[in-house]
Design a protein around this ligand. Structure first.
Ligand SMILES: *Cc1c(COP(=O)(O)O)cnc(C)c1O
Length: 452
C-alpha cells in the first residue's frame, strides 16, 4: 500500500520556535508610537506580558517552548502531514500534493498553537483576565479553551455580523468558559461611538480589536491577546512548519511550493518561515505563496505603509500592507481573512520579493473546497479553501506542462462551523466581490500621516 500519512511521535513536538527575524536580510521596520517615534518595548506592558514583548522584538533564531506548553500541544500535536493522493487522481495531475491538517486541534484550527503560549505567559505574570477580538470565531474559541486551561477569564468581542451568523461558534466559546459580546458593544468608548453612528453596525475586526485593547488598557488585572499578525504569534505558529520539515524528510521529498491562506499572516508565517530558513541559507529554494481573498487583497493590492492595527488608532503603528485601518469588509463575503492589514514580517518579506502572494475570488475557493472534501473527506474552513484553490490551480498547470512538482498547503482548519457558508455556496446564493480600486485609492488619503 502507498503511504499517505506521515506521522511524528509525541516526543518530536518541536522544543523551540523558529524566529524568522534572525534570517531576514534587513531588520524589521520599527513599531512606532503615536508621535511617530520608535516605541520602547515597555510601552506595551500595560496590555502584554514581558515574555511576549521580548519575543516580539527578539532577534534570536530559536526560542525555547516552555514544558507546560509542549505538554498541552500533545493533546493534538504533532499534526499529520497527508499526501492527497485521491485529490491528485481526481485532478489527473502529475504533481504530488501534501497538506498538513491543523484542523485536528480541539478548537478546530491552527490558532490554538498561539492561544496556549499566550495564556501561559499571561498566567506566569499573574494576569487573571484576557480580552480579545474574534471574527469568524476561530481565535475566540482557541483563546477560550487556552484561558480555561490556565484559569484565566476570557472576554471576547465578536464581530457583530459573525455573532449573528455563527451562533455555534459562540456556544463553543461559552462551553470553554469564555464570555462573548457582539462588537460594537456599549461597554467601550470605541463601541459606543460606532453604535451612535450606526445602531446596526455589522462590526469589523479592526473595531473589535479597538474595544478589546481599550478595555485591557484600562484594567490592571487584564491583558489583551491578539490571534495573528504580531511577531510573537507568527513565532508560535512555526511549530507547523518545523514539524512539516521533519515529515517531508520521512516522505522522502521536499516541497517546491507552499500555499497558505493569509489573513493576518500567522498560519502562513507558521508553515512558511521554517522553510524560508533554508531559502535564506541557500540550502533549498521553496516558493512560499500567501493566498488572500480578492475581496480583501491587502498584500496584492494594498499600500505598504505605516498603519494602525485597529479601526480607531489605539494600537501602535506598524509598517504593513494595508487597505486602511477603517476598512469595512463586504458582509457578503463568507470566510474570515477579513483583516485590513497583514503581519509586518510577512509584509516586509513580500515587499523584498522573498515570498509571493496571490488573490483568489470567493466562488472559486468554495469550488476547490468542495472538490477537496469529495476527494479527501475533510471539509475545509473557508479560509483554508483559499490555499486549496491556489494549490489546485498550480496542480492543473503541472497537468498542462507535465511537471512533477511537490505542492504543499496548510489546511489551517476544518469547516464544521462554517456550514452556513457552504450552504450559501451550494444553493447559489454566494457572490464574488472584487474590492473596488476607488476604495483602495481612498484609503491612501486616510493613512496616518507621519512627519519623519
Ligand atoms: C484565522 C484563520 C486563518 C487566517 O488567519 P492567519 O492569521 O492569516 O493565519 C486561516 N485559516 C483558519 C482556519 C483560521 O481560523
Amino acid at each position: 500500500m502507498l503511504q499517505t500519512k506521515f506521522l511524528l511521535p509525541d516526543n518530536e513536538i518541536p522544543t523551540h520556535w523558529y524566529n524568522v527575524v534572525a534570517d531576514m536580510p534587513k531588520p524589521p521596520e520599527p513599531v512606532l508610537g503615536p508621535d511617530g517615534q520608535p516605541l520602547t518595548p515597555d510601552a506595551l506592558s500595560a496590555i502584554f506580558p514581558q515574555a511576549l514583548i521580548e519575543q516580539e522584538v527578539s532577534r534570536e533564531r530559536w526560542i525555547e517552548i516552555p514544558q507546560e506548553v509542549r505538554e498541552l500541544y500533545r493533546l493534538w500535536r504533532p499534526t499529520a502531514l497527508v499526501r492527497a493522493r485521491r485529490l491528485e487522481e481526481a485532478l489527473g495531475t502529475p504533481a504530488k500534493i501534501f497538506f498538513k491538517y491543523e484542523g485536528a486541534s480541539p478548537a478546530g484550527s491552527h490558532k490554538l498553537n498561539s492561544a496556549i503560549p499566550q495564556a501561559y505567559y499571561n498566567k506566569q505574570e499573574g494576569i487573571t483576565r484576557l480580552t480579545t477580538e474574534t471574527g469568524a470565531g476561530q481565535w475566540g474559541s482557541s483563546l477560550s479553551l487556552a484561558g480555561e486551561m490556565f484559569g484565566i477569564d476570557v472576554r471576547i468581542y465578536m464581530v457583530n455580523v459573525s455573532y449573528q451568523q455563527k451562533p455555534f461558534r459562540r456556544s463553543m466559546m461559552q462551553t470553554w468558559g469564555g464570555e462573548v459580546l457582539a462588537s460594537p458593544s456599549s461597554l467601550t468608548t470605541a463601541g459606543r461611538a460606532a453604535l451612535a453612528e450606526n445602531p446596526d453596525n455589522p462590526g469589523s475586526l479592526g473595531l473589535a480589536i479597538a474595544e478589546a485593547v481599550e478595555e485591557a488598557a484600562s484594567r490592571p488585572d487584564t491583558h489583551y491577546a491578539l490571534g495573528s499578525a504580531l511577531n510573537h504569534v507568527l513565532l508560535h505558529q512555526t511549530v507547523i512548519g518545523l514539524e512539516a520539515r521533519k515529515q517531508f524528510e520521512l516522505a522522502g521529498t521536499w516541497p517546491d511550493m507552499i500555499f497558505a491562506p493569509c489573513g493576518g499572516g500567522s498560519n502562513f508565517g507558521g508553515v512558511a518561515f521554517p522553510f524560508f530558513a533554508d531559502n535564506a541559507a541557500g540550502r533549498k529554494q521553496v516558493r512560499l505563496v500567501a493566498v488572500e481573498p480578492s475581496s480583501c487583497p491587502s498584500l496584492t493590492r494594498g499600500h505598504y505603509a505605516y498603519d494602525f492595527g485597529d479601526s480607531v488608532g489605539l494600537t501602535p503603528l506598524m509598517k504593513q500592507y494595508t487597505l486602511g485601518h477603517d476598512f469595512m469588509p463586504p458582509s457578503i463575503h463568507a470566510g474570515g481573512l477579513r483583516y485590513h492589514g497583514a503581519s509586518s514580517l510577512v509584509s516586509q518579506l513580500y515587499h523584498e520579493g522573498l515570498i509571493e502572494a496571490v488573490s483568489v475570488p470567493q466562488l472559486a475557493t468554495f469550488e476547490a473546497g468542495v472538490a477537496f472534501a469529495r476527494a479527501e473527506g475533510i471539509i475545509p474552513a473557508p479560509e483554508s479553501c483559499h490555499a486549496i484553490r491556489a494549490c489546485i490551480d498550480e496542480a492543473l498547470r503541472c497537468k498542462e506542462s507535465g511537471e512533477e512538482k511537490t505542492l504543499f498547503f496548510n489546511l489551517s482548519g476544518h469547516g464544521h462551523f462554517d456550514m452556513a457558508s457552504y450552504d450559501k455556496y451550494l444553493s447559489g446564493a454566494l457572490e464574488d466581490y472584487e474590492y473596488p480600486q476607488e476604495a483602495i485609492a481612498a484609503a491612501l488619503a486616510r493613512l496616518p500621516q507621519l512627519t519623519a
